[in-house]
Unconditional design. Structure first.
Length: 79
């Protein structure tokens, strides 16, 4: 019986470790062949947005090791 408890515990650990990913890998990277500009709510993501361009989306994530909760990155097309 203890064998099944260990397998269940390992499964839960695998599930929890997969939830710590920042999730930004699936974020949009380009539009019309140009890289997108970004504006972030957290210092861990660089900001390249300078006030011009069309907003194309927002991606939410949880920065690894951060105690600030959910953060976001806005994506803009280059003008």
């Amino acid at each position: 019986m203890k064998h099944y408890n260990i397998i269940g515990l390992l499964g839960m650990l695998a599930l929890l470790s997969s939830c710590t990913n920042s999730g930004l890998a699936s974020a949009p990277q380009s539009s019309n062949g140009k890289p997108l500009l970004t504006r972030s709510s957290h210092a861990s993501m660089p900001t390249s947005y300078k006030g011009e361009g069309t907003h194309v989306g927002r991606k939410y994530y949880h920065p690894p090791g951060s105690k600030m909760g959910t953060q976001w990155v806005d994506f803009y097309e280059q003008p």
